[in-house]
Design a protein around this ligand. Structure first.
Ligand SMILES: Cc1cc2nc3c(=O)[nH]c(=O)nc-3n(C[C@H](O)[C@H](O)[C@H](O)COP(=O)(O)O)c2cc1C
Length: 264
């Protein structure tokens, strides 16, 4: 059996100093980065996105919380991304999808002619607001190694009916899990971006945090740093796109869409 490592009095003082600085920094950080306003968009009449008074640029990112927990782990991760965005001058709004069942896509195709989903709920309200946002972050807890049953039907219907509105706007997905299934869920969410001409904002690691409650998530220091880096990268990407537009670089003029099914 190995002996526990003895530390000298000098090292003990050094470590205590480092911990004290870390604790102070965490405290200051909590005070500097206010909690984000969160609003449920279900039911429909409650869906009024709250303007953020800290808007320093004319750019704004919508962060969608697809967890049944309004202030749970996913919210904790999204708040960290939002804080980093705000720090870099980009306004944010967090939208909580609520706990009422979100209808799935009926595949009726009526949105092809109307541009709206036939189920007139929070999906249509959000679609109407897409033009107000420059970037999007979709957050979900991992449920059975997949995105939640709230965000999946929401995004299916939002992108099927209004996917064109997202072209050229950066997106990022964020997932929270206790232990596993995060990469599968992340990949699932990233698919909405890559079918809609959306650039994806990266981070230093895959966008995931680990924990069963917000306290555990906050202890996932690497996960939380990954969230902050994601916010920084999203802000940087938004500024690059804005600078490009100002210099005359706009979205490509895409070809008329060709759709070939495998049977013909
Ligand atoms: C129905 C259900 C399924 C879950 N499946 C997984 C899973 O596959 N892998 C995992 O690591 N955690 C799983 N969890 C745990 C959650 O992903 C984890 O607690 C998450 O951080 C909760 O985020 P939230 O507070 O935003 O809801 C599951 C939780 C529930 C309720």
């Amino acid at each position: 059996m190995s002996n526990p490592k003895k530390i000298s009095r000098r090292d003990a003082i050094k470590y205590a100093g480092v911990s004290a600085v870390g604790a102070a920094a965490a405290y200051i950080g909590m005070k500097l980065w206010p909690e984000q306003e969160t609003l449920s968009i279900a039911p429909l009449q409650e869906n009024q996105l709250v303007p953020n008074p800290q808007n320093k640029t004319n750019m704004k990112v919508l962060l969608v919380n697809g967890s049944p927990h309004k202030k749970g782990c996913t919210h904790t991760a999204l708040s960290e991304v939002a804080a980093a965005l705000e720090k870099d001058g980009v306004a944010t709004e967090i939208l909580w999808l609520g706990i009422d069942a979100v209808a799935g896509c009926r595949g009726c195709g009526s949105c092809r002619s109307t541009g709206r989903c036939i189920v007139n709920d929070s999906v249509n309200v959000t679609a109407e607001k897409v033009s107000e946002f420059d970037g999007f972050v979709f957050g979900s807890p991992v449920h059975y190694a997949a995105a939640s049953g709230f965000i999946t039907p929401f995004l299916d219907r939002l992108f099927y009916s209004a996917g064109k509105l997202f072209a050229g706007k950066p997106g990022a997905a964020v997932v929270s899990c206790r232990r596993a299934g995060s990469t599968a869920a992340l990949e699932q969410l990233n698919k909405y971006f890559t079918i809609c001409n959306m650039p994806i904002a990266p981070s230093q690691y895959w966008n995931m945090v680990h924990g069963n409650n917000p306290d555990e998530v906050r202890k996932d220091l690497e996960g939380m740093q990954t969230m902050r880096t994601l916010g920084q990268n999203m802000a940087w990407l938004l500024k690059c796109i804005a600078a490009g537009k100002a210099a005359g670089v706009s979205l490509p003029a895409y070809e008329a869409r060709v759709a070939t099914n495998f049977i013909r």
